[in-house]
Design a protein around this ligand. Structure first.
Ligand code: SF4
Ligand code: SF4
Length: 378
């Protein structure tokens, strides 16, 4: 299997940007010396800076190899591969459970005590384990960040912790990350210890600043979507922007670790070797060229365009579904993500009025994306 199933774009880019050349040395690792660790905020968990994003991994052998090489944190969710992803993780954990921290997620719509408890019990059974190290409320946005303070959800989580079924609580966020992170800090009890945050070299400065505030307050930050889409582009020839993008995210010392998706052994090797590498001027140039190539294609999932849409189309979720389908090659995940949207806000509701386009600072042809989503998912 090749490194990434990328979507071809083929635009040549050039611009350069100044980037600090900070080393990736962790709290206890020397450059180039195998696994490098940082502490996941106030959980105190000592995790490898490159951890395992299991979302797209079809075979347990890849995870087993990663765990045997020292990667000690895996992130999954029951909704990935319709539950099969947790089962694959469970198989890889056999005989290794005490060496690896396991993070999974509740279902996006779960709020009630019953739903949260059912989610965790089901995950425990699929993972074939007696405990989850980090249970995360899945996919919070500015609109539903109130889930953080939802009494039933919180009571259920505390009950599960009391029973020893979960250890720490976290949230995940792709959109409105700064709002969600700040909501964690506004919680007087600071119940949630971790945040899995969409963060990459194209993120807005506000996201970086919010990550810094949260990290300072003791929230462990896990970076996801570090590849800014992971699209294939002919502009880079044989060069892959993958390592450069991962190094960029880890260069931020407020980020504890990243969870790149790894489908096969070559991806594992490429990601593992980033631990201990420095972000270089060449990396900055590679990322510039990649950014130029995906300009107008990569959606930042910022949702800034959404309030202007007269039809209330859920543009950022639709674009994330397209990303899963077209770049990650994960049609099941794309469809289940798309299914989160009600028909009234789906791509079918788009009237092609183009009002939203003026709001997008990144020049995306939103109408065209909605059209593609309609034909892919309708
Ligand atoms: S083009 Fe579609 S998504 Fe954009 S504002 Fe009009 S109806 Fe909404
Ligand atoms: S289409 Fe543009 S404005 Fe809308 S979410 Fe994507 S990047 Fe943001």
């Amino acid at each position: 299997m090749k490194r990434r199933d990328f979507l071809k774009i083929g635009i040549v880019g050039a611009a350069s940007a100044a980037a600090g050349l900070t080393g990736l040395r962790g709290a206890s690792g020397a450059e180039g010396a195998g696994p490098v660790y940082r502490i996941l905020g106030r959980t105190g968990l000592k995790v490898t800076v490159v951890s395992f994003g299991a979302m797209l991994t079809p075979e347990h052998e890849v995870m087993e190899a990663a765990f045997d090489l020292g990667i000690n944190y895996v992130d999954t969710a029951r909704r990935y591969m319709n539950g099969r992803n947790e089962e694959i993780v469970g198989r890889a954990l056999k005989g290794r459970r005490d060496k690896v921290f396991v993070a999974t997620k509740t279902q996006p719509g779960s709020i009630s005590r019953k739903d949260i408890i059912t989610d965790v019990e089901t995950s425990l059974s699929k993972l074939k384990t007696d405990r989850i190290d980090v249970i995360q409320l899945h996919n919070l946005t500015g609109k539903d960040k109130t889930r953080i303070m939802e009494p039933e959800t919180r009571a259920a989580l505390l009950e599960l912790r009391k029973e020893g079924k979960v250890r720490f609580f976290g949230v995940t966020t792709h959109t409105d990350q700064a709002e969600v992170l700040d909501a964690l800090l506004a919680d007087p009890e600071r119940l949630f210890d971790t945040a899995l945050v969409g963060y990459n070299f194209k993120s807005a400065p506000a996201v970086k600043e919010a990550i810094a505030r949260a990290a300072k307050a003791g929230v462990g930050i896990t970076a996801m979507k570090t590849q800014a889409g992971g699209y294939k582009t002919e502009a880079l020839g044989k060069m892959s922007p993958h390592q450069a993008a991962l190094k960029w995210a880890l260069m931020d010392q407020n980020v504890t670790h990243a969870i790149p998706g790894m489908k096969d052994m070559s991806m594992l090797q490429e990601d593992m070797s980033v631990m201990g590498m420095r972000f270089t001027a060449r990396d900055a140039r590679v990322l510039d060229r990649y950014a130029e190539a995906v300009k107008g294609v990569y959606c930042h999932l910022c949702a800034i365009c959404e309030p202007t849409c007269p039809k209330k189309v859920a543009i950022s979720i639709i674009n994330r579904s397209l990303l899963y389908a077209e770049s990650y090659g994960a049609l099941d995940l794309a469809r289940s993500t798309y299914a989160e949207i009600g028909t009234a806000s789906s791509a079918s509701a788009c009237g092609a009025c183009e009002v939203c386009v003026a709001q997008c600072a990144h020049g995306l042809d939103i109408g065209l994306k909605m059209k593609r989503a309609k034909s892919l998912f309708a």
